[in-house]
Design a protein around this ligand. Structure first.
Ligand code: AQP
Length: 330
């Protein structure tokens, strides 16, 4: 069975973008792959966090992973910060990354372009940590949203560089980007990605939003004045985003939705999208509440950590031998 690995960082409340672009795919992949899914909490601290909030977001993320359908019997769910090998290999790969490579990474580049202050060194080097997360487990595939493809490219380059210098050590992973929903946009600024850290709450649907509040957000989503329902992300990004959300939640193709809406207005479409989001969140939140109430989160993470930890321990030991960092004869 081929191995797959991915993760989400608990940098805020999970959004519908995280679900559509990432988590729903994880759920379907667990049937056909050996799936490792982690909580990337070491990535969350590249920006300043309130410790209580980080803890709450982390537990919520685990519960939401499961509420979305990840089954700990099939998927290894683990917490990055519990396995010190991640930061160890992260440092080793930082030492194999070039400044130019890291400077080209979107997150850092965007923040520099906006002349933001307080950019941490961690925000600059985190792609090397992400490469470590991936390469640690010999993942064949890494499912990501389109915005994260660049990170998997870096992981590939680092794997090849390391293998070339020290002999075969890492599997070179392939990114997997879904066709529909690879980038869900902000409802208020549809040329910008919907993000956990977005400042305008009206632009983002949180998976733990009150369903009726989420419906209102859809109803007030920015569209355009053309008044024609068609899928044209370039000229009608807001409308294309609504079509993508509906298609992703209902599995109806965008073509078929567009056909159904010939001669109808944006208001009708928004109502249907709003209802689909309402139904989806209502069902999800019932499951989320049950998981929180079950008190099983700690045990599930402990089991996942144990399984992932064995692999991580072996991989880092091998890397250290290859690098000449381990001096004991064996
Ligand atoms: N809007 C999106 N559309 C499609 N996919 C998305 N992903 C995130 N936002 C969208 C995908 O979710 C996975 C986990 O992402 P992450 O939390 O590790 O990092 P991120 O991409 O930086 O997520 P956010 O929500 O934008 O967080 P902040 O605001 O903290 O930076 C990835 O596979 C990602 O592609």
């Amino acid at each position: 069975m081929k191995r797959m690995l991915s993760g989400v960082k608990p940098s805020g409340r999970l959004t519908l973008g995280n679900y559509i672009g990432a988590i729903r795919h994880f759920v379907s992949y667990q049937e056909d792959y050996e799936l490792f899914i982690f909580i990337a909490n070491m990535h969350a601290i590249t920006v300043q966090n309130d410790p209580q909030e980080l803890k709450k977001n982390t537990r919520d993320l685990i519960a939401l992973y499961m509420a979305c359908g990840l089954d700990p019997e099939k998927t290894t769910l683990f917490l990055q910060s519990d396995l010190p090998q991640h930061t160890e290999l992260g440092w080793i790969l930082t030492c194999h990354s070039y400044m130019g490579e890291l400077q080209r990474m979107t997150q850092y580049k965007d923040k520099c372009a906006k002349q933001e202050t307080g950019i941490t060194a961690g925000l600059f080097t985190y792609p090397a940590l992400m490469a470590a997360d991936i390469l640690m487990y010999d993942a064949d595939y890494v499912p990501v949203g389109v915005d994260q493809k660049q990170h998997v490219e870096l992981a590939r380059n680092l794997a090849e560089r390391f293998n070339h210098r020290y002999g075969d050590t890492f599997i070179v992973p392939e990114p997997v980007v879904a066709e529909v929903g690879a980038k869900i946009m902000s409802l208020q600024n549809p040329t910008k990605k919907m993000s956990k850290s977005e400042n305008n709450p009206k632009g983002t649907i949180d998976l733990l939003d009150e369903p009726s509040v989420a419906r209102k957000k859809i109803m007030s989503a920015i569209t355009d004045s053309l008044g024609i329902i068609q899928y044209d992300p370039e000229n009608q990004p807001g409308l294309a985003n609504l079509l993508t959300i509906l298609s992703s939640l209902t599995n109806e193709s965008i073509d078929s939705i567009v056909k159904r809406y010939q001669g109808k207005g944006y208001g009708d479409l928004k109502k249907e999208v709003g209802q689909a989001v309402y139904d989806f969140l209502s069902e999800l939140q019932v499951k989320y509440q049950a998981i929180i109430a079950s008190g099983k989160i700690d045990e599930i993470i402990q089991n996942g950590n144990e399984k992932a930890g064995k692999i991580a321990y072996k991989k880092v030991a091998k890397v250290k031998r290859k690098l000449g960092l381990s001096i004991q004869k064996r």
